[in-house]
Design a protein around this ligand. Structure first.
Ligand SMILES: Cc1cc2nc3c(=O)[nH]c(=O)nc-3n(C[C@H](O)[C@H](O)[C@H](O)COP(=O)(O)O)c2cc1C
Length: 181
């Protein structure tokens, strides 16, 4: 009887711990982390501008992928601004010709901080929009959900990154591709 009790309580503790960890990750995906403005400047003159907005992830996979995409865009002659989504951002994206939005996926959920920002923007016309998600078990549902928050247009490209940091080269090439098109 004592052994059964021990097993029962251990199970309860393990399950509670797992639920707490899941909730913690899910909450972090909806948090506004504030301003984290970075600019990657092209060394070409007369540059066009691109904006890369991504929700940071716990182990920085999403951050690395966003930076690599930005690097690819920069190497095609754009000045690229990177930042986290949140209330610090302007709704006016008129100066950018490429806009990138990215989110990690935890328990099937994308970042509401990101989608709230996307909904605030009204002037998507004439822009190339790249949407990406990071996660280990993605289908296309996650990027489609992010794309639903573009008011009047459809995304130019939607990409899943399922292999963590191993996808960095792919991210760089995607950046180059969207900027070169
Ligand atoms: C608690 C937790 C829940 C997760 N849920 C999902 C999920 O539902 N779908 C998915 O594709 N990936 C899921 N993942 C994997 C993350 O999305 C993946 O690691 C992503 O690249 C986030 O980057 P990070 O490793 O920097 O946190 C989950 C990871 C954790 C830790």
């Amino acid at each position: 009887m004592r052994v059964i009790k021990k097993i029962f309580f251990t199970l309860i503790i393990v399950i509670s711990l797992m639920i707490s960890i899941f909730v913690w990750f899910a909450k972090s995906n909806n948090k506004d982390y504030g301003d984290n403005n970075k600019i990657m400047k092209s060394n070409r003159s007369n540059t066009k501008k691109a904006l890369v907005i991504y929700q940071p992830s716990r182990f920085k996979v999403t951050d690395k992928i966003a930076e690599k995409i930005a690097g690819g865009i920069k190497d095609e002659g754009y000045d690229v601004t990177l930042n986290y989504p949140g209330s610090h951002l302007s709704n006016d994206i008129s100066q950018y010709s490429i806009v990138v939005f990215g989110s990690p996926v935890y328990i099937g959920q994308i970042s509401s901080t990101l989608t709230d920002y996307m909904k605030r923007i009204k002037n998507y016309e004439d822009k190339k929009v790249l949407i990406f998600a990071t996660g280990s078990q993605l289908n296309n549902g996650e990027v489609d959900k992010i794309g639903e928050n573009l008011s009047t247009i459809k995304a130019t490209e939607k990409i899943n990154f399922k292999n963590g940091n191993k996808d960095e080269d792919k991210a760089y090439e995607i950046g180059k591709k969207i900027a070169g098109e």
